[in-house]
Design a protein around this ligand. Structure first.
Ligand code: SF4
Length: 166
């Protein structure tokens, strides 16, 4: 099964996906999870009535508005990233697979004061099918994908693990 986490890590780094899927979990050494939670609570304390937490088929949506079928995703990042869009598209796709059609995605960047609307197109659906096949191939492979030597490695929870010998 491809979970939301698998899908996200695939967008970021295949090696990260593989390490995570192999059960090597370093997330506790990172503050990112905690910070993510914190921004939800401090930026939108009034939201609890309108939004529900929705867990379905390997994904967990923190802010789902069932009446308007809107998925909100709040990003702490100070940069708009393609991976964030794909994360939302994947959520919309999974909901569709589970009979919840015509959802809309809203990406919010409180620190940038920026909001973006995300829609799922047929082209996206095709790409998601291809990506999930690729993800399954990677996580079932014996080989750990190579280091990507990217800027994002610095903020990755596997940084120490990946660069221990350098
Ligand atoms: S440190 Fe870099 S290469 Fe290693 S898993 Fe993270 S993003 Fe990938």
């Amino acid at each position: 099964m491809t979970t939301g986490t698998h899908f996200n890590y695939y967008q970021v780094c295949r090696r990260k996906l593989w390490l995570f899927a192999s059960g090597i979990n370093m997330e506790h050494t990172s503050d990112l999870v905690y910070d993510g939670k914190l921004i939800h609570e401090t930026s939108y304390p009034q939201r609890s009535e309108r939004y529900e937490e929705l867990e379905i088929d390997g994904i967990k949506i923190d802010y789902y508005d069932p009446r308007n079928k809107v998925i909100h995703e709040i990003k702490r990042s100070d940069k708009v990233e393609k991976a964030h869009e794909w994360q939302l598209k994947y959520y919309m796709y999974v909901l569709e697979q589970n009979g919840i059609h015509d959802t809309t995605g809203i990406l919010e960047y409180p620190e940038l004061r920026h909001t973006a609307r995300v829609v799922l197109t047929d082209d996206d659906r095709e790409k998601i099918v291809e990506m999930t096949q690729d993800i399954q191939q990677i996580i079932h492979s014996e080989d750990c994908p190579p280091l990507i030597h990217a800027k994002i490695c610095r903020n990755c929870s596997y940084y120490d693990f990946c660069y221990v010998e350098e």
